[in-house]
Design a binder for this molecule. Structure first.
Ligand code: APR
Length: 232
């Protein structure tokens, strides 16, 4: 029976793929005030600005490739039962080959009906934009299938269930300041080893954290060596 390896990832996971983080210098929230491009109120006020903001990020994603960190996590599925819980809306974990990925904040490549949230449509690479006037089969305007500030995080219960079962817990590339994602740390059982991969310090209330002070690509390589050293 393989050990359960649970990995919580954030924007830093995709930084080496050329996708900007949110709170590093030059990050996305420095360029765009979050209340103007990531809240339901902003969407009601100015849907075109919001749709264009996500259209631009989607086009950036189509040019990006999974980095060695994404690939290293996919490779760990040979040795562990790996679950990725990501705050990222990109699809780089899946494109690297990870087979169990939970998107807490939604998926950039999906569009959702504003009138019936159960209607979700996969956007294609050759037509990746959502425009004002694009509607679902019931005639409601489409929106990005992402979680904006103040909106519920439907996948959090599943993420908590998986975190409780972890034998090993890894945090990669997140400043751990946005809840409920950051709160997952509270559900990691006490005896479970926790690894952090981040070039900077991250304020967390648990002391027993093994900090690999590297970027995702080099950090996942070092993590793999550490984890496989303990494996029979
Ligand atoms: N490798 C690993 N970590 C990195 C790298 C890298 N190459 N570069 C930066 N980091 C780290 C930073 O040190 C920081 O701790 O990634 C983290 C990025 O933090 P944020 O920009 O706050 O991103 P994140 O924690 O994912 O934000 C959480 O906030 O805006 C919302 O919904 C959005 O999902 C996002 C959530």
């Amino acid at each position: 029976m393989k050990k359960k390896l649970v990995v919580l990832t954030g924007a830093g996971m995709s930084a080496e793929s050329g996708i900007s983080t949110f709170r590093d210098s030059g990050g996305l929230w420095e360029q765009y005030p979050v209340e103007e491009v990531a809240t339901p109120e902003a969407f009601a006020r100015n849907p075109e600005l919001m749709l264009n903001f996500y259209n631009a990020r989607r086009r950036e994603l189509l040019k990006a490739k999974p980095n060695e960190g994404h690939k290293g996590l996919a490779d760990l599925e040979k040795y562990f039962d790996v679950s990725i819980i990501t705050q990222n809306i990109d699809n780089l974990h899946e494109r690297a080959g990870s087979s169990h990925v939970i998107h807490l904040h939604g998926e950039l490549m999906n569009a959702r009906s504003t009138g019936d949230p159960s209607l979700v449509y996969r956007l294609s690479e050759d037509n990746p934009d959502i425009k004002v006037g694009d509607v679902c089969e019931k005639g409601y305007q489409l929106r990005p299938d992402v979680v904006w500030f103040g909106e519920p995080v439907p996948m959090i219960e599943e993420a908590i269930r998986i975190t409780r079962q972890a034998d090993i817990f890894v945090i990669i590339g997140t400043s751990m300041v946005v809840y409920p994602a950051a709160g997952l740390l509270n559900y990691v059982p006490n005896a479970v080893p926790i690894y952090l991969i981040d070039p900077k310090d991250v304020a967390m209330h648990r002391r027993d954290i093994h900090h690999i002070r590297k970027g995702a690509s080099e950090g996942v390589k070092e993590l793999k060596k550490l984890l496989l050293k303990d494996e029979p």
